[in-house]
Structure formats: structure tokens, C-alpha cells
Design a protein around this ligand. Structure first.
Ligand code: UDX
Length: 443
């Protein structure tokens, strides 16, 4: 390994915990700090407080080296050269804007432990302009301390891989000698990632902040684009899956993120596009992002359409119908239910009188906490017992690989609604199921 840097990571949620362990994996000496005692204890015992493939192994491995530890004491950040701020920026309760209280709080707490020459590195997704404001705060309170912005692009389910092998490194730094110091330190931290030839963009704060929100807005737009096409496919009898394949062969378009279905959810895309719109409004540039409102609308309409489709296949009324919902997480390989389209649909079905049973390989516990009024089952078979309709709303591998013939024996009516265009339509119809999907003809 190249030189080892002393690092603190403030905030050990999804982003911070994975970042801390990954930095230790790169050979650095890392302390992860969080106010949540339970989280710190769990991480210290190599137990992941969330579901993420490969993370627990990484955690165990790096804790065993002695290079990684976790603490609730902010004072333990003292002596580190680089301090990563990895706290959340949730949507505010009653408006679109991002709530910056955790980022501001973490930065303020750092002021007590920073020494001149230390580098504070923001990783959280923030409204453009935040970094400049925090940089002023840091340098005014601790002369000689520097701030950089270094957004992360990790996807849940691939968090370890995305952190250790990112597509690119983006540094937002000041345009002066402090900026050079910041760049050199970040280069040292990421030395082994850079050696692999990872592209690097070194820029100003505002651009670095915007890279993240622009990337997420593009991804959300791509998904809503194909979902808008799905609406048209439904109106014309065309097939959105074949349409996506065909346009995706054009390299300029690409097939990724063109999977039509229930649309996007999770802790990032929905809140990030809304916060971006709110920030554009504050900057007097709201017109530039009005299209994102439509992206959001298209996305939310898919959930309504799914409920309508369920009612349609249940002979026009959901009242008293038994509906099995397969999937609660906002996407597979995750136990995250933040803004989950699947749970949202399940709750709507119940409100309309259906008897809903939800199952998920990883997210039942979290779901039960948020939606205790829903009924949960441990397996798809249990959820689908005597069901009038089965809805596949998160495309877990387990559900894609269900045997339609055997599964057909547990239900009352062989009606399947594929909310993610994930099932093999021919196999299900061959087994006697009536197959319906968003943006596709009846099977
Ligand atoms: C996203 C970005 O991908 C990541 O770069 C950023 O750092 C954080 O936000 P994540 O929220 O983990 O990551 O999930 P992602 O895989 O992007 O999926 C987001 C949502 O879009 C999911 O609900 C998924 O089901 C949906 N989606 C994705 C589609 O509906 N269709 C697609 O083709 C792709």
C-alpha cells in the first residue's frame, strides 16, 4: 500500500459506514463516528445495521486489521488529517428542499477538533452553494483548515463495489494553494483507486455539488422517459420492453436504466430531484428544471396505474380481494423501504379494501415498523395463499425464479401482475396464469 492517512468519517449510516470500511480496506487508519450508540456497537461487532451484499465481510475484515474502529465520541476525530462528512440530507417535512441540519451540525462539531492543515471533505448530497458556505465557516473558525467537496455515487446493493471501484472521482476544491493541498491529500487517500486509471474531475465547489444532483436527475429522467413510453404502449398495444431493447441498442441511448415498471423510489432519486428543483427556485432558475416536476409526476402515476390494474384484474373491485404483494424494498438486494413504490402500492390496495399480504426477503422487518397495519408473510407461498391476484413489485431474484406451475397451486386465481417487467411472460402464461405488466400487452 501507499501511505496510510488518518481519517475520520462523520455519520455511519449507509454512506458513512461503507465509506469508513472501504477507506480502511485501502490501507488507511479510520475512525467512524456516529451519535447513535446502537449503530456504533453493532458496527464495532462487525454487524451491518442494514442489508448490503458484501458489506459485513468487508467490515469484519477491516476491523480485524485494527485499522478501523467506531465511536460515539466526536473527540476521537481529533488527530485525523482528513474528515469525511457522510451524514444524511433528507427532504424537509413540508417542502421539497433538503434539510441541511445534519451536515451543518456535523461541520460545526468538527470545528472543535480540527487543526490547521486538516481537510474536511463533504460527501453528502447537498444543494449547490452549501460547500462555499461551509468552507467560509471552517476557515473562519480554524484558520488553515480546508474544505473540499467529493460527492459519492454509490448504489444500494452495490455500495462496496461502487466505493472501492468508482466510475469517477470528483473533487470540488478552492482555486488557490489550499485547493492544491486538498487535491494532494485526496489523491493520497484515493491513491490505489487512481492507480487503476479511474477518471478524475477536479473542479470548483458548485460543479462538484451539481455533478451529483445532475447525475441523479438524468437517471430519474431516463426512468420516467421509458415509463412515459409505457403509458403510450398501454394506449396503443405496443410493447415497452421490446421498445427499450430496440432504442437501447443505440450506443448514444444505452439500455441501462430503461426498465419500465413501477418507477423509482429510495432515499436518493425522489428527494434529490425535488431538492434540486427547490434550489433552482431559490436561485431564480426554476424554469430550467420544470421538466423534473413532470419526471416526478410520471413516476408517481405508475403507482396509481398499478393499483388500477390490480382492481381491473380483480373484476372491478378490490374490496375483500386477497392480494399478495411480492417485494417491499424499493429495489432488490436492499432492505431499504424509503419511498418504496412497492409498499406505497400495497398500502393503496389495502385502503381500497383489499386483504393484502406483503413479503420480501430482506425488508419485512423495516416495513412492519413503518406500516404496521399491513399483513406480512415470510415466503411468497404464504403471502399468495388463496390469493385473487399476485403482484410482483420488487424484482428480487427469488421472485424472478419462482416456478409458475408450482406457485399456481397455492393461489385461488392465477393472476399475476408484473410491476417490474421481471418475469418470463411466456413461462407464466404457459403455466396457465393471466399475465399483466405495465406497458405490455396481456399475456
Ligand atoms: C441512486 C443512484 O443510482 C446512485 O448513483 C446514487 O448515488 C444514489 O441514488 P439507488 O437509490 O441505490 O442509487 O438505486 P438505483 O439502482 O439507482 O435505483 C433507483 C430506483 O430506480 C429504484 O427504485 C429502481 O427500482 C428504479 N429503477 C432503476 C427503475 O425503475 N428502472 C430502471 O431501469 C432502473
Amino acid at each position: 500500500w501507499s501511505t496510510s492517512v488518518k481519517i475520520s468519517v462523520i455519520g455511519c449510516g449507509y454512506l458513512g459506514a461503507v465509506h469508513a470500511a472501504s477507506m480502511a480496506e485501502l490501507g488507511h487508519e479510520v475512525v467512524g463516528i456516529d451519535v447513535d450508540q446502537d449503530k456504533v456497537e453493532s458496527l464495532s461487532q462487525a454487524k451491518a445495521p442494514f442489508y448490503e451484499p458484501g458489506f459485513e465481510e468487508l467490515l469484519g475484515r477491516t476491523l480485524a486489521t485494527g485499522r478501523l474502529r467506531f465511536s460515539t465520541d466526536f473527540g476521537d476525530a481529533r488527530g485525523s488529517k482528513v474528515h469525511f462528512v457522510c451524514v444524511g440530507t433528507p427532504q424537509k417535512r413540508s417542502e421539497y428542499a433538503a434539510d441541511l441540519r445534519f451536515v451543518e451540525g456535523a461541520t460545526e462539531s468538527l470545528l472543535d477538533v480540527l487543526a490547521p492543515g486538516d481537510l474536511v471533505v463533504g460527501k453528502s448530497t447537498v444543494p449547490v452553494g452549501t460547500a462555499a458556505r461551509l468552507a467560509d465557516l471552517v476557515s473562519s473558525k480554524v484558520p488553515g483548515a480546508i474544505l473540499a467537496w467529493n460527492p459519492e455515487f454509490l448504489r444500494e446493493g452495490f455500495a462496496v463495489q461502487d466505493t472501492l471501484e468508482p466510475d469517477r472521482l470528483v473533487y470540488g476544491i478552492p482555486d488557490d494553494v489550499d485547493g492544491e493541498t486538498a487535491r494532494a491529500l485526496l489523491d493520497e487517500v484515493y491513491a490505489s483507486i487512481r492507480e487503476r486509471g479511474t477518471p478524475q474531475v477536479v473542479t470548483d465547489y458548485a460543479t462538484a455539488e451539481m455533478v451529483k444532483t445532475a447525475a441523479n436527475s438524468f437517471l430519474a429522467t431516463k426512468i420516467s422517459f421509458i415509463n412515459a413510453m409505457a403509458e403510450l404502449c398501454e394506449a396503443t398495444g405496443a410493447d415497452v420492453k421490446q421498445l427499450a431493447d430496440a432504442i437501447g441498442y443505440d450506443d448514444r441511448i444505452g439500455r441501462k436504466f430503461l426498465n419500465a415498471g413501477l418507477g423509482f423510489g429510495g432515499g436518493c432519486l425522489p428527494k434529490d430531484i425535488r431538492a434540486f428543483m427547490a434550489r433552482a427556485g431559490e436561485l431564480g432558475a426554476d424554469q430550467a428544471l420544470t421538466f423534473l416536476r413532470e419526471v416526478d409526476n410520471i413516476n408517481m402515476r405508475r403507482r396509481i396505474r398499478m393499483v388500477d390494474l390490480a382492481r381491473e384484474v380483480c373484476d372491478g373491485s378490490l374490496v375483500g380481494k386477497r392480494v399478495a404483494v411480492l417485494g417491499a424494498a424499493f429495489k432488490p438486494d436492499s432492505d431499504d423501504i424509503r419511498d418504496s413504490p412497492a409498499l406505497n402500492v400495497a398500502a393503496q390496495l389495502q385502503l381500497q379494501g383489499a386483504v393484502v399480504r406483503v413479503t420480501d426477503p430482506a425488508a419485512v422487518e423495516n416495513s412492519r415498523r413503518l406500516w404496521p397495519q399491513l399483513d406480512y408473510a415470510a415466503t411468497p407461498e404464504e403471502a399468495a395463499e388463496r390469493a385473487d391476484a399476485v403482484l410482483v413489485l420488487t424484482e428480487w431474484k427469488q421472485y424472478r425464479e419462482l416456478d409458475p406451475a408450482a406457485f399456481g397451486k397455492v393461489v385461488k386465481q392465477k393472476r399475476v401482475l408484473d410491476g417490474r417487467n421481471a418475469l418470463d411472460r411466456d413461462a407464466w402464461t404457459a403455466a396457465g396464469w393471466s399475465y399483466r405488466a405495465l406497458g405490455r400487452r396481456h399475456g
